[in-house]
Design a protein around this ligand. Structure first.
Ligand code: F58
Length: 830
């Protein structure tokens, strides 16, 4: 039988750019000038760049307000089930191009501002990054907000309006320095302050028992202290601007801002101490929790935003339906990790204590309304609170938690689970290391669904942290693999690639990510390769400029850009990448005339301020960079750069310029990853372990188009269980012993030769993260990458297939999953 060869269709003609509608441009120009005059109070002649930026944002925002009001009132009129996404983090980034893209106004706005002598792309950079999150968990919340608006789900995001988001990172001699971030310094034109939307949040005090005339005992919490929560609303526009949702962030205000008597007596500081204490709650994102005072502040933050959000949604429900008994029919509350898990006790308090429902009914409603997303298996990240702290800060909640737990354990015993070890393992109270409340357990039993964030992670959840719970409630754990919004991570970040994709695969790609698969038909076409390579090159030239500006290192845009961008953590294994960089450096020096692939190793990411080893890893990357970049024998073949202050905006510049995406965490430790999706969508090839969503990315893009290496999660588990012979593991590698010796003896730190002894010692003796065990496999895979790179056609075919097959990783797909499996809310069709 002869094979049927399907001819490759020829690449569709590139379309010419169409000039934006001139009436639209004129209207925007008018609107900007009006806003400059009446809202900013400036003339065009006296306006600063920032004034223009404000006028442009206001003119854009004005286009959002009407659909926002329409969406809000439609939710009252039609009464769709509402979703409330509770998250202590929203890593929003800049909003101007998000709004313009979704309104379809980017080109018109660019032309309008040009007509006024102002450069829109310059204004874009003036917007501070709203960094109200640490990393993936916070960014996921932001992508989900955009997708919920796109799918016309009546959703609210609830969180904290931190005065200071994630710290600003600078590198001093390669050492991370943290500085407070001040995103509100020049005001925030996107938000609407709602001083009239305010709730009292209680802390401390005592619980009184009151018996009514009919003999019913009620518990009344008399807090010792109150803080007010004030709402700030930011509209979140969905794709094509049709539906707009609200992100409501709470800011803390003292109920008594000034003690006048103290002030009049000259004690100006003492007079304001209550204000300082109260307002500290919304002052800083995740302050260090190393001190008891820091821990208490974190718990106060969690309760503060949970209580204000639940009071707000209960008020809205009663206004619309007059009866709390129907809450679960009309409301779904999603807990983003356990940070809002005190919601379970707070909702019970509101339903049972405040609104007088029976305990049973309140519990039924709570469970039917609440669901919980887990983002980590790391034991140190599973939240628990000391019982004495909870008793002091939230005495009524502690009582409620005890009662929930007692009924939960009673039920188990009645069902025949009497083994004390089993009962203790599923108890909400951990009795092992001082008595502590396990927030994951509280969230689990208070939810109707619990989800992991990738197939592997969900499987591991069932086998590890929630093993016993899964046996008891086999239908409760579900998987919702993470996703990313293509509007920000493709359309806005990579307009060149987006236009090419639309020309080749059709405009359907704007609304249906599955349409990207149409690219596959051209994946072998040299004309497509040329077009992809040209776009990538332009993006790399732009990134090279940023690198020169911020790192003072000149890099070649024709080199392979090998990128690892994420929070710095030992499990993410930046160290493995650095070791391989040293191996490459040594090999290049040993064989200077071999056919090396010119490579730029690009790192970016912040370490937690108190995480010593992570900060040392940053310093090592910088030390290696200093040595490599200044070695003339390399003739620029290898460069190593560490871009400071990684944030959403920097990610938007790096991702479109990446050739290779490093996703090399120890298998079983990265819950999902979302950077992996952003990079693959933008045509980077992945080198990675079978961890998190890498597993699903491999399934979609095909084994030939991804470079997988290393131990599997099972193998890692087994090695940890049995212990590994570290000496043998290291000696088995031809190059690792030498590299460890070099680092340990100060080859990269001549100013302080013992600087890395600690790091090397960990690798030699404990190596919990399996860096040494995976080293050789990783190096071998890197050589495969270099080999593919040298075959231009093969490289760009793989790149095209990555982009073509990543459609499934849209956060719209993820949100549809939540809507169907967990929330039971309708969405608009694809
Ligand atoms: C991340 N978690 C996971 N936590 O690490 C990542 O695999 C996943 O893709 C992402 O969530 C979204 O599901 C994460 O970002 C945090 O930032 C914690 C916040 C609270 C303090 C400790 C870190």
């Amino acid at each position: 039988m002869s094979a049927v060869v399907t001819p490759t269709p020829s690449l569709p003609e590139r379309r010419k750019e169409v000039a934006p509608d001139s009436a639209e441009v004129a209207a925007l120009r008018e609107a900007i000038l009006r806003r400059l005059t009446y809202s900013v109070g400036k003339t065009p002649a006296s306006a600063s760049e920032h004034d223009w930026y404000l006028a442009v944002v206001y003119a854009t925002r004005d286009r959002i307000v009407e659909p926002w009001m329409a969406s809000t009132s439609a939710a009252y009129v039609h009464g769709p089930k509402r979703v409330y996404y509770l998250s202590l983090e929203f890593l929003i980034g800049r909003l101007l191009f998000d709004a313009l893209t979704n309104l379809g106004l980017t080109d018109a706005m660019r032309t309008a501002t040009r007509g006024l002598g102002v450069d829109l792309d310059r204004l874009r950079t003036l917007e501070p990054d709203a960094a109200l999150g640490n990393g993936g968990l916070g960014r996921l919340a932001a992508c989900f907000m955009e997708s919920m608006a796109t799918l016309a789900i009546a959703a609210h995001g609830y969180g904290i309006r931190y005065d200071h988001g994630l710290f600003r990172q600078s590198l001093k001699d390669g050492w991370q320095q943290e500085y407070p971030e001040d995103w509100l310094a020049l005001g925030n034109p996107w938000e609407f302050k709602r001083p009239e939307v305010s709730y009292e949040i209680g802390f401390g005090g005592a619980v009184e028992e009151q018996t009514s005339s009919d003999g019913v005992v009620r518990h009344v919490w008399k807090p010792g202290e109150y803080v007010n929560a004030i709402a700030y609303d930011t509209p979140i526009t969905g794709w094509r601007g049709q539906h707009v949702n609200t992100l409501r962030l709470w800011s803390a205000r003292a109920s008594e801002p000034l003690l006048l008597d103290a002030f009049n007596a000259g004690d100006y500081v003492g007079a304001q101490s209550g204000k300082v204490r109260a307002e500290a709650i919304s002052s800083v994102l995740y302050p260090s929790d190393e001190t008891p005072a820091g821990q208490e502040l974190r718990l106060r933050q969690e309760y503060f935003f949970v209580s204000s959000s639940l009071q707000d949604l209960v008020r809205r429900h009663i206004k619309q339906y007059q009866d709390l008994r129907s809450l679960s029919e009309h409301v779904a509350i999603q807990l983003n990790d356990t940070h809002p898990a005190i919601s379970v006790a707070e909702l019970m308090r509101l339903l049972f204590d405040v609104h007088g429902l029976s305990w049973e009914e309140a519990w039924r409603i709570t469970r039917a309304t609440v669901s919980y997303t887990n983002h980590t298996l790391l034991p140190e990240a599973l939240e628990s609170w000391a019982v004495p702290l909870l008793e002091r800060l939230l005495p009524r909640h502690m009582q409620i938690i005890y009662l929930i737990n007692a009924l939960h354990l009673d039920g188990l015993r009645k069902a025949g689970h009497t083994d004390p070890a089993f009962v203790s393992s599923v108890s909400v109270i951990d009795e092992h290391a001082g008595r502590r409340v396990r927030m994951g357990h509280l969230a689990f039993i208070g939810s109707h669904k619990v989800n992991g964030v990738s197939a592997l992670h969900t499987g591991l959840l069932k086998q590890t942290v929630f093993r016993d719970f899964d046996a008891l409630y086999p239908d409760r754990i579900v998987n919702e693999t993470n996703g990313i919004t293509f509007r920000r991570w493709l359309f806005e970040a990579n307009p060149g690639l987006t236009r090419l994709l639309a020309d080749v695969a059709g405009d359907a790609i704007y609304d249906d990510p599955a349409a990207l698969t149409r690219l596959e038909a051209y994946a072998g076409d040299p004309a497509l390769h040329d077009a992809l390579a040209e776009i990538k090159r332009q993006n790399k030239v732009a990134l090279a400029r940023i690198i020169l500006d911020r790192c003072r290192v000149k890099v070649d845009p024709d080199a392979l850009f090998d990128v690892q961008i994420k929070r710095v953590h030992e499990y993410k294994r930046q160290l493995l990448n650095i070791l391989e960089t040293i191996a490459l450096y040594d090999a290049m020096r040993a064989h200077p005339h071999a056919e090396w692939v010119p490579t730029v190793k690009i790192f970016a990411g912040k370490a937690a301020a108190s995480y010593h080893n992570a900060k040392l890893i940053i310093k090592l990357a910088n030390d290696v960079g200093r040595v490599v970049n200044s070695d003339p024998t390399l003739r620029g073949l290898l460069k190593v750069v560490y871009l400071p202050n990684y944030n959403v905006s920097l990610a938007e510049s790096i991702i479109p310029a990446a050739d290779l995406s490093e996703q090399i965490s120890t298998a079983g430790m990265e819950a999902s990853g979302t950077g992996n999706m952003k990079l693959a969508l933008n045509g980077a090839l992945t080198i990675g372990t079978l961890d998190g969503a890498n597993v699903e990315i491999r399934e979609k893009v095909g084994d030939d188009n991804i470079f997988i290496f290393g131990l599997t999660a099972e193998q890692v588990e087994e090695r940890r269980r049995h212990g590994i012979d570290m000496q043998q593991t290291i000696a088995a590698s031809a190059i690792l012993p030498e590299i460890l010796d070099a680092i340990g003896s100060g080859a990269f730190s001549p100013d302080d030769p013992s600087r890395y002894l600690g790091l090397v010692d960990i690798l030699r003796h404990h190596d919990h993260f399996m860096v040494c065990a995976d080293f050789d496999a990783y190096c071998a895979r890197q050589r495969d990458v270099a080999h593919r790179w040298k075959n231009r056609a093969a490289w760009w075919k793989s790149s095209a297939l990555n982009t073509a097959r990543m459609g499934w990783f849209s956060s719209d797909r993820a949100i549809r999953g939540y809507a169907e499996d967990i929330w039971q809310v309708p969405t608009t069709a694809a």
